[in-house]
Design a binder for this molecule. Structure first.
Ligand code: FAD
Ligand code: PHB
Length: 389
């Protein structure tokens, strides 16, 4: 088989890149390790930046997001028993859309099927070859048969555990990492959200987040220990703990219901550099991870794809390698700012097991500054809704 761009991974990064390339007449094939149902079964992000929404429109798959997604003009921060609203609309005239990653993935998969582009699901043992040459290839096994895909470029969109990043020699790749000493325990439940907007809570018992997927479906999180197992947390125990971390009104409005998804995610900051080696590009979680506190993971995948798509358009439509050469630097400049914001929000809102009295006082001062300073709120708002591309 031969294509112009071989894309590894059918998460949001791979599917979005594929859709944008297909719409501009650039042939591409996606190789995905899992089945389509498995990919759709993963519950992940929920907040969509304006830039990401624009990309989904550009890819021709934004209609359902605009009709079913919830436009949020602000968020609430809860600490010291009170809630404080930060209005993006009033501060910077912008908003975000609450629309689940699962739905975005479904829309992209449907768009891809309608465009007739090829996706190979359950592609096993994917390996990358000759990435330093002009004729790279990808080998894999499908339904027991060995296959080879020749291409011009490979886009490594295969997430943190994928093979693309590991195909770059150790002598070239640099990595930067911070692992946090806690996780998030999250549930999905068919009960109305506690409040109209997201509530991010700092409490001495630990962080909590009340998010949502629709007017009838809540996505709720509490900070937990890395030793905790999902089985340790009955729904009853989860709601008891969440209530303690919220202000009185929010705790009263919390309607317990039977959860239908419950999982623990560890928190990590990670960046690999550079994002290009020869004819291989990394995009999304394959290249970087952020803790979910800033809601940046999915949105960073989209901004990487923006720069990569522009670079490939430059190459195929204008015969220029300039975009390709600039890709890593352009994408990383934005990645590091989102890493900073996610790290900062995580530091401000969580209870760190080793924290000293001094650390906790600094955390309180940070929250109080954000509550009382319009300058600080503008900075928060512009980062939360997403820095420009
Ligand atoms: P992925 O979505 O990881 O997609 C990569 C794809 O590549 C997968 O489909 C995978 O099966 C496939 N793949 C892997 N290895 C191979 C291989 N060898 N060959 C072929 N295919 C392969 N972000 C937020 O903003 N908020 C959240 O609440 C949030 N929660 C999260 C919870 C979890 C458990 C995880 C893991 C992430 C979460 N994120 C969250 C981050 C966000 O979901 C990711 O940033 C986003 O999915 C990145 O998209 P991606 O396409 O780069 O990677
Ligand atoms: C979510 O709804 O899953 C969500 C929202 C905001 C975050 C993280 C996760 O910061």
């Amino acid at each position: 088989m031969r294509t112009q761009v071989a894309i590894i991974g059918a998460g949001p990064a791979g599917l979005l890149l594929g859709q944008l390339l297909t719409r501009h007449g650039i042939d591409n094939v996606i190789l995905e390790l899992r089945s389509a149902d498995y990919v759709l079964g993963r519950v992940r992000a929920g907040v969509v930046e304006k830039g990401t929404a624009d990309m989904l429109d550009e890819a021709g798959v934004g209609a359902r997001m605009h009709s079913e997604g919830l436009v949020h003009d602000g968020v609430e921060l809860a600490f010291g028993g009170q809630r404080h609203r930060i209005s993006f609309r009033d501060l910077i005239g912008k908003a975000v859309i609450v629309y689940g990653q699962t739905e975005i993935t479904r829309d992209l998969m449907e768009g891809r099927a309608a465009a007739g582009a090829t996706t190979v699901y359950e592609a096993e043992d994917v390996s990358l070859h000759d990435i330093e040459s002009d004729r790279p290839k990808v080998r894999y096994r499908h339904k027991g048969v060995e296959q080879e895909l020749d291409c011009d470029f490979i886009a490594g969109c295969d997430g943190y555990h994928g093979i693309s990043r590991r195909s770059i020699p150790d002598t070239v790749l640099r990595t930067y990492e911070r692992v946090y000493p806690f996780g998030w325990l999250g549930i999905l439940v068919d009960r109305p959200p506690v409040s109209e907007e997201l509530i991010y809570a700092n409490h001495e018992r630990g962080f909590a987040l009340c998010s949502m997927r629709s007017p009838t479906r809540s996505r709720l999180y509490i900070q937990c220990s890395l030793e905790d197992r999902v089985e340790d947390w009955s729904d009853e125990r989860f709601y008891e703990e969440l209530k303690r971390r919220l202000d009185d009104e929010a705790a009263r409005r919390l309607e317990p219901g039977q959860s239908f998804e419950k999982s623990i995610a560890p928190l990590r900051s990670f960046v690999a550099e550079p994002l290009r080696h020869g004819r291989l590009f990394l995009a999304g979680d394959a290249a970087h991870i952020v803790p979910p506190t800033g809601a940046k993971g999915l949105n960073l995948a989209a901004s990487d794809v923006f720069y990569l798509w522009q670079a490939l358009l430059d190459f195929y439509k204008r015969g220029s390698s300039q975009g390709i050469d600039a890709y890593s630097g352009r994408a990383l400049a934005r990645v590091w700012k989102a890493e900073r914001f996610s790290w900062w929000m995580t530091s401000m809102l969580h209870r760190f097991p080793e924290s000293s009295g001094f650390d906790r006082k600094i955390q309180q001062a940070e929250l109080d500054y954000l509550r009382s300073s319009q300058a600080a709120q503008i900075s928060f708002a512009e980062n939360y809704v997403g820095l420009p591309y």
